[in-house]
Design a protein around this ligand. Structure first.
Ligand code: NAP
Length: 253
């Protein structure tokens, strides 16, 4: 059996999660990546080599999470590091938002973190060590117009991070959140398309609109978020818990 630690990254097949999985494999972890599109996920896992495996999992469904965690353990052993990364961002003005959108955002972005963390925690409690890293958002720290459901869910993730950090502080397990600003992934591509459709702006103007909230006037790169996760997962971050670290060019402080 390898002494490589086992990290499970939800939504690890693309965007920020793919950058995190790539960084963890390169740093010597065995990495399970989860997602709903099993075919694409397996192709990406194969591209990272023998220390990465794809696991089908819908974070909106507890049974699917339990089955996915069991498959991940069977391949790579108990889970040492959980990265709750899977997420979705839908926008709508609050007065036009239907309850289904609100519930969807809470289900994937907040209940998903609840279910995945409960499912992985027994491994960490048994080992008396572990790392839980939640990919929240600057939307977990401040409000933004037209994405109130997403903002509510991400604020909830920050609250859970803080409470759970205290519950687990004496058990060798740290719990932290990483809070990216607008990051160059499909979520941003969708937001750009949305701005173009609703305002008639060009792609360049729409991207500039998203980047203008970042004092560095650029979008964050997925690798920059992955670097923060790698540090939090490592030995050097043993005393860091309950923190929400913005990776956002100074947008939030
Ligand atoms: P992305 O490119 O759209 O990828 C989203 C990932 O989440 C995919 O791997 C997707 O996997 C997975 N996912 C979504 N719904 C899922 C579900 N129900 N069950 C399982 N997996 C699901 O998004 P991203 O930008 O990398 O975002 C990753 C995280 O960073 C999210 O939590 C997001 O809120 C957060 N974030 C992103 C930004 C940004 O600007 N990009 C900023 C702040 C925070 P499948 O589709 O394969 O299932």
């Amino acid at each position: 059996m390898s002494d490589r630690r086992h990290a499970l990254v939800t939504g690890g097949g693309r965007g920020i999660g793919a950058a995190i999985a790539t960084a963890l494999v390169a740093a010597g972890y065995r990495v399970s990546i989860t997602g709903r599109d099993a075919g694409k996920l397996a192709a990406f896992a194969n591209s990272l080599g023998e220390h990465c495996r794809a696991v089908g999992m819908d974070v909106g469904d507890r049974a699917s999470i339990e089955a996915g965690m069991a498959a991940a353990r069977a391949a790579f052993g108990p889970i040492d590091v959980l990265v709750n990364n899977a997420g979705q961002a839908e926008s709508a003005p609050f007065h036009k938002m239907d309850a289904a959108l609100f519930e969807r955002m809470i289900s994937v972005n907040l209940m998903g973190v609840f279910h995945c963390t409960q499912a992985a925690l027994p491994d960490m409690l048994a080992a008396k060590m572990g790392r839980i890293i939640n990919i929240a958002s600057t939307a977990g720290l401040v409000g933004y117009a037209y994405v109130s459901a997403y903002v509510v869910a991400k604020h909830g993730v920050i609250g859970l991070t803080r409470s759970l950090a205290l519950e687990l502080a004496s058990k060798g397990i740290t719990v932290n959140a990483v809070c990216p600003g607008y990051t160059e992934t499909d979520i941003v591509k969708d937001a750009v398309a949305n701005i173009m459709a609703k305002t008639g702006r060009s792609e360049e103007e729409a991207r500039a609109e998203l980047a203008k909230g970042n004092p560095m006037r650029r979008l964050v790169q997925p690798q920059e978020v992955a670097d923060a996760v790698l540090w939090l997962a490592g030995e050097g971050a043993s005393s860091i818990t309950g923190q929400s670290i913005a990776v956002a060019g100074g947008e939030v402080m």
